[in-house]
Design a protein around this ligand. Sequence first.
Ligand SMILES: O=C(O)CCC(=O)C(=O)O
Length: 306
Amino acid sequence: MSPLTSETNIRTERPLTQEQIAQYHEDGFIIVRNFFELEEIEPLMKACTADPDVAGSQTVMDYGKNRTTKVSVWSELGDSYLGVLPRMARIVDAVEILLGEKCYHWHSKLVLKQPNEGYIPWHQGYGTWYEDGCLFPHLITCGIALQKTNRENGCLKVVKKSHLLGRIDNVIIGGTTGGDPTRVKLIVDKLEVVYCEMEPGDAIFLHSNNLHGSETNRSQRNRSMLYTTHNALSNQPEIHEGQEHHRYRPLIKMPDSTIKDGNYTSIFDTQKFLSKETKDDPGSGLMVRFDRTMREATEEEVALLE
Ligand SMILES: O=C(O)CCC(=O)C(=O)O
């Protein structure tokens, strides 16, 4: 068995190409078109349309000035659709070849943007994962478009080669955090910003130091993305208190055909989500962290990026 793969005989039938791997290391991200088929995405979209509150799991991230984004987060992987997808071979094998080592599931998120919602300031995943106790930025996020996404409905935007910058300080923006806007402005003026327009089923793999964000959905169409993040086995958080949801759990890999075979119990009815975070009850404090000692972004700084 290759030392780079999880201990299972299950292997993806859709491995990344050498060109894709090289491009990821050069740019800090790659978009893989048709990584999932429509047939695989549809059951999730049907459930989200029937229950846009995602079983009451959504945390509202408030960035001030009427800019909010709703997100559902989970880390336990059971037999629901949301529990099997992050274990599918095509994702796990891609992450492990990009990381160069075995991985385990960190957490996953569903971001459903309705019209006039969905602003997320520029930030790096590692901005908060550093604070969670990961010593290295050895985490990778796979973002899957569940609906057509373009500039009009607030597609993900990324800064090419920003994974080479190192970690940028976070500051408090509204009820949560984002990259220091003064620093971010210098970066986005110098490096290339890529708007990741994607069709349903397209996926993006992001380095954890990649600087990314997204703008408010200015269309009348919804925009939905699923993000699943895996951490390198050697990079388990060194801070344990409050990090139970990020501890190592064995990753039981599943075949590429899992969703097509209907090998899941429900879409999200049987999924355990991390508790909804509010100012009064921050739960695991994953998205909304009010206890920080970091400084607050000034009005002028926030305006820099508008
Ligand atoms: O879905 C988006 O627009 C951005 C999501 C994002 O940046 C994140 O979840 O870290």
